[in-house]
Design a protein around this ligand. Structure first.
Ligand code: UDP
Length: 474
């Protein structure tokens, strides 16, 4: 006998990677806690499963998880781009996914909405088979969404490889060719073809939810809403940020928080590069020397350096490797022990950013990290590495003006210790730092307003949920 459930049920598919899973988890929590829905989050088999488990430990009653079986990519060349890998993994999972969705449909009578992220478009056909409305949860921002929706047109334009050519998307900060996502630079590459493929799915869904808010990207929101009249609507529902755990263990969490407890208010620069970012050996050394030279307090999530791949940790299991910190300059740990703390591979970022001692964030500008900084009012140093991070950096440094950038940060050049020390001092105690801190405080208030009870993002989400409930009960 099957067990049926009277609450409307939604299914969310997260593509592989903690940066994709984290906002999906937060959305599922909001749907269950604020809207009385039940939800199933479907994930891919992930090597960083202890981090995943820590996220799941904060799930409320009514939200469950199902993990797809491991999908082999052994036949792909080892240098296959992350986006191609993700895309192929998702399309190979369709038979397993179909069975999971069928089971959920039987158990819950009906799926009220099927929600995917940017890379899940190939699975929309499954929602159609079940008669469920489908939505993309665009887990980054309107800037990147505008870029992606324009990609098929851009493909035919002469932006080509002139670094001085400027792209002015309506309502967005102008963008130099050099700051395009890497996937959009080589138009003949597989990854470019995949991005065009994914961009086209946005017209096939019933709505595009975006993890951003009107006060941050008002111009782009207005333009996209008008432009897409008659097509799937764009719906700002953010910022949804991680408030539960992403830490690997209690010991690590306590050690960071106890250290922060002993530091003065807003005195510590936090340094981390998301779930996948890595620096080269040379850059890691310069970073260490620059931090030391700045004389500022810091908490640094240090990763094993990798030359020539800035996303090398993406599919990593993030096991701590304290004993391997030997690649840091000799004497660095000893010389900075009064002012600095180093954690290997992974740190409890949301808790660090919300701690009163944290006063700055040197970040790769992944969108979750950016939002976590904004909701805590922590000004940033932008250090983009891959994907759309350079675009995010442009928006933060030149648009919202809530971040600084090291001087002479160009392409693949190593940023030298003097420039690192200068920008760190500037942020933590300089005049420019005061300006970005003030603006970040204002942005924090605007972010809080968007998600409070009567906030713009809260209302948008509520309207959408009401539509699902009506449909589900008809
Ligand atoms: N994160 C963390 N500890 C780390 C590095 C990252 O908890 O040491 C979390 C971070 O809080 C964020 C997510 O991992 O929620 C990374 O997402 P983001 O979009 O910033 O970057 P991505 O990993 O997708 O590049």
């Amino acid at each position: 006998m099957s067990v049926t459930c009277s609450k409307a049920h939604v299914v969310l598919l997260s593509s592989p990677g903690i940066g994709h899973l984290s906002p999906i988890v937060e959305l599922a929590k909001r749907l269950a806690l604020d809207h009385n829905l039940t939800a199933t989050i479907i994930t891919f088999f992930d090597r960083s499963s202890d981090i995943q488990q820590s996220m799941f430990s904060s799930l409320p009653i009514g939200v469950s998880t199902v993990c797809l079986p491991p999908i082999s990519l052994d036949d792909l060349p080892t240098n296959t781009h992350i986006i191609s890998r993700l895309s192929i993994m998702i399309s190979r999972s369709i038979p397993f996914l179909r069975q999971i969705l069928l089971d959920l449909q039987i158990k819950n009578k009906r799926i009220a909405a099927y929600i995917i992220d940017l890379f899940g478009g190939d699975t929309i056909c499954l929602a159609r088979e079940l008669g469920a409305p489908s939505y993309i949860f665009f887990t980054t921002n309107f800037f990147y969404l505008s870029f992606l929706l324009n990609l098929p047109t851009l493909c035919h334009e002469q932006h080509d490889n002139n670094p001085d050519s400027l792209l002015a998307l309506p309502g967005c900060t102008p963008l130099y060719h050099n700051d395009f996502p890497q996937s959009a630079i080589d138009k003949k590459s597989d990854v470019f073809a995949w991005m065009i493929h994914h961009s086209k799915h946005h017209d096939k869904v019933d709505g595009i939810m975006v993890n951003s808010f009107e006060a941050m990207e008002g111009g782009a929101v207005i333009f996209l809403k008008e432009r897409r009249n008659g097509k799937s609507p764009v719906l700002p529902i953010g910022p949804l940020t991680c408030v539960g755990g992403t830490e690997k263990g209690l010991a690590e969490l306590n050690s960071c928080l106890q250290w922060l407890d002993q530091q003065p208010v807003q005195s510590v620069l936090f340094i981390a590069f998301g779930s996948g970012g890595t620096l080269s050996f040379e850059q890691t050394k310069e970073m260490a020397l620059g931090l030391e030279m700045s004389g500022q307090r810091f908490l640094w999530v240090v990763r094993m350096p990798v030359d020539a791949d800035r996303s090398a940790a993406y599919f990593s299991d993030h096991q701590g490797r304290n004993n391997l910190l030997g690649f840091l300059p000799q004497g660095f740990l000893e010389k900075t022990k009064e002012k600095g703390k180093v954690v290997a591979s992974w740190g409890p970022q949301p808790k660090i950013l919300s701690h009163h001692a944290t006063g700055g964030f040197l970040s790769h500008c992944g969108w979750n990290s950016t939002l976590e900084s904004i909701v805590n009012g922590v000004p940033m140093i932008a250090w983009p590495l891959y994907a759309e991070q350079a675009m995010n950096a442009v928006m933060l440094v030149e648009g919202a003006k809530v971040a600084l950038r090291p001087a002479r940060m160009k392409n693949d050049d190593v940023v030298r210790k003097d420039d690192i020390a200068d920008v760190v001092k500037d942020l933590m105690e300089g005049e420019r730092g005061k300006d970005v801190r003030r603006r970040m405080h204002d942005l924090k208030v605007a972010a809080q307003n968007a998600v409070k009870k009567e906030g713009s993002s809260t209302k948008t989400l509520a309207q959408m949920v009401n539509n699902w409930k009506t449909l589900a009960h008809n």
